[in-house]
Write a protein that binds this ligand. Structure first.
Ligand code: AMP
Length: 420
């Protein structure tokens, strides 16, 4: 071991496990690309204010979990704790919303940073795939995103993902609900910190996981009973579209999520095989965020899926994608001349689109054949002085053990044919 190890709450992705992570990312991204979402990439850090304003001054993410730093020039930056604020900032900065083609549909993939207490499924550095549809208010767009996520989980073979759905109302109906909720919460027996939360962001109290609090919340007023007609109608349409698409959901009036910017549709995908960190993904509509960031009104909806937790869910179901062998052909040179000839063959194979690897380090045939077998390759190419004198290399089928000499100039074509 070296003197250094990765910081607490972080992890390294290395083979063979890393292949499964790539497969998960690809499975989550593919449906988005096919639905008109373009790829977006934003910096790993942003101005602190983007998150304090965009995610919310009263959220744990901003008050407790943000990694902040001051540059030598005195600029206050934060490692990004989530993707939505950055992607919306980038959209506004590039004026994508002005191109007249709304919604702006973007997807992204990256690592995010939160100073949380590490535990299974909760890291300080983690990976998400996200999607945002910016600038359009349409229940079909909310439904589209939810369906794409549900289909992505299904394409991975996950069966245990449940969808929780709620509406948080809008500027018209939420204030009255907020007041009613505050009145109810002020009457409860709660600790100092929670009492303070009632005044800043009472909806978040509904999200409290402690049993002593949950018990007291039993009679809390529900947003559902306070939705205005427009929000009710909107939510009903989202529900109908999901039902038409065969996407099952559970109405969960306690689902508020940790971020301040959500309006109307909110949803979370949970998996029961994950213990306390059960959320594999979540999102919702954030109609007011653009204005909070100084932009024009741009009603939007989006989600983020945790890549790490999706993989944990797959493992919990025993369905983690296996690493496909990366190599089709492994070359084993015996002697200096063979090294040169076979190295040329390997380069030619790669240029012809065949995944090939080489026994480096001038090792003996036994050790090189071990590497060939371990690589998962279907064929080994073995050559020594005598083979080369005859103008051939030995093509060994590593499955059957069968060995055939192939003329050196024909090797690439022969292997291409055999590998189909
Ligand atoms: P959030 O922005 O908190 O809704 O996060 C979206 C998704 O990212 C969650 O559903 C999780 O799957 C994942 N996630 C959030 N925080 C963490 C974390 N600290 N470690 C691992 N995954 C996380």
């Amino acid at each position: 071991m070296s003197t250094f190890s990765a910081p607490k709450g972080t992890y390294d992705l290395l083979p063979p496990d890393s292949a499964a992570v790539l497969a998960v990312r690809e499975a989550l991204a593919a449906p988005l690309r096919a639905a008109g979402y373009g790829y977006a990439e934003t910096p790993g850090f942003e101005h602190v204010e983007l998150f304090s304003r965009g995610v919310g001054e009263s959220t744990d993410i901003v008050t407790k979990e943000m990694y902040t730093l001051t540059t030598k020039g005195g600029t206050r930056l934060a490692l990004r704790p989530e993707g939505t604020a950055s992607v919306l900032r980038a959209t506004l900065q590039a004026n994508l919303h002005r191109a007249g083609n709304l919604p702006v549909k973007l997807w992204y993939s990256g690592t995010y940073y939160r100073y949380e207490r590490p535990q299974a499924g909760r890291y300080r550095h983690f990976s998400q795939i996200g999607a945002e549809a910016i600038g359009t208010e349409d229940p079909a767009l909310d439904a589209e995103l939810i369906i794409l996520a549900a289909d992505a989980y299904r394409s991975l073979g996950l069966t245990g993902v449940r969808l929780l759905l709620n509406s948080l109302g809008d500027r018209a109906c939420r204030p009255a609900y907020r007041t009613a909720l505050q009145d109810f919460l002020r009457g409860l027996d709660l600790d100092e910190e929670t009492r303070a939360r009632i005044e800043v962001n009472p909806l978040r109290v509904l999200d409290d996981k402690r049993e002593s609090v949950r018990r007291q919340l039993a009679g809390a007023p529900a947003m559902r009973d306070h939705l205005c007609e427009a929000c009710k109608e909107y939510h009903e349409q989202v529900r109908e579209l999901l039902t038409d698409a065969g996407v099952a959901f559970t109405d969960d009036e306690r689902l508020v999520r940790g971020l301040d910017y959500y309006t109307r549709t909110t949803f979370e995908f949970v998996h029961d095989g994950l213990g306390s960190q059960s959320a594999v993904g979540g999102g919702g509509r954030y109609d007011g965020l653009s204005e909070m960031l100084g932009g024009p009104p741009l009603p939007s909806v989006g989600w983020a899926i945790g890549v790490d937790r999706t993989l944990l869910a797959l493992r919990a179901e025993g369905a983690a994608p296996a690493a496909a062998p990366a190599t089709d052909v492994f070359a084993v040179p015996l002697g200096d001349r063979a090294r040169r000839e076979l190295f040329t063959v390997v380069t030619a194979l790669r240029r012809a689109g065949v995944a090939a690897d080489f026994g480096y380090g001038g090792r003996g045939v036994k050790s090189a054949m071990k590497s060939a077998n371990r690589s998962g390759a279907r064929f080994a190419l073995v050559a020594g002085e005598r083979d080369l004198a005859d103008g051939v290399v030995q093509l060994k089928d590593l499955g059957s053990g069968e060995q055939t000499p192939v003329a050196l100039p024909d090797v690439v074509e022969d292997l291409r044919r055999r590998l189909g």
